[in-house]
Design a protein around this ligand. Sequence first.
Ligand SMILES: Nc1ncnc2c1ncn2[C@@H]1O[C@H](COP(=O)(O)OP(=O)(O)OP(=O)(O)O)[C@@H](O)[C@H]1O
Length: 323
Amino acid sequence: MMWGFLSMEEDTYRAASTAAGGPALAARGLGVRFRSGWALEACDFTLPTGRVTALVGPNGAGKSTLFHLATGLLRPTAGEIRVFGADPVTEEARRRVAFLAQDKPLYPRFTVAETLRFGRELNRSGWDMESAERIVRSGNIPLDVRVGTLSQGQCTRIALALAFGKQPDLLLLDEPLADLDPLVRREVMGLVMAEVADRGITVVMSSHIVAELENICDHLLLLKDGAVRLAGDAQQLCDEHTLLTGHVDGSTPHGLPRAVPAGAVVDSAVTGRQITALVRYTGPVGDRERWVGEPPTLEELLLGHLRSQVPAAGDAPEKAGAA
Ligand SMILES: Nc1ncnc2c1ncn2[C@@H]1O[C@H](COP(=O)(O)OP(=O)(O)OP(=O)(O)O)[C@@H](O)[C@H]1O
């Protein structure tokens, strides 16, 4: 894409996305249009290196589309996306990224050992067989069985072994746990986190199981209707919000204390005379006897924004992209 008129802001973005130690993933004006319409539109964000980002959004929000852009399987209709500063289709970017897709394509007739050897052939520039085999063995999967005879959970483990064997700097996981039972989910996630801690790689993981993201992710990217709704450090975003509970205030349009700006209300629910609201506001609320305000948990923050009927307020690109 041509960048004929680089503004200061664009200049800063380009410098950040190519600098050593710059973001793992950066998007600017990113859009993809299918026949049915825009799957992603005007997305701006940067995802820092060495962090575990939760990619969250309702069905059809554009999460898989974003993964396909980041791996070069799909080209943007508008804007650009960079992986460690490089175009995703370049050899440099492909070498540094591993992607675990929802459907985990594996050859059923290959044995596990053949599958790992195939992984080595595909990644001649860098392959860690020891690490791949360790992941397989920790699931008590014999190396000589055919992949077609394995359970879903075991196949997920093989796919993870292939991903980690590649020694990626960026691991993209598209709902990796969706088809696993809770015990295997916990075990597989423990495996991912141990590998992440060992190698300090960057992970972007999409999931609909919001409650499970709390102890895993330290960064957020929430997509809704193809747009970035919320992005940034998970703790910082929680700290910028308040979960407010009290009796409905009949004298204000939103039922909350007058001090709360209308534009700060993300989501609210009224039960009888009680109102609970997620607000992007941390200032004083007046009557402390009537109102209880606490920082939301990550789950409460995400659910509030997923439920929200109002457009994201204050999510200007520079804020949305804050690392
Ligand atoms: N190859 C395609 N051709 C046409 N439309 C597509 C294609 N891929 C995705 N879409 C559309 O783009 C939008 C975003 O889809 P995408 O699969 O990225 O969403 P998602 O957030 O991953 O959803 P889910 O949580 O259900 O997996 C949807 O409206 C989908 O129908």
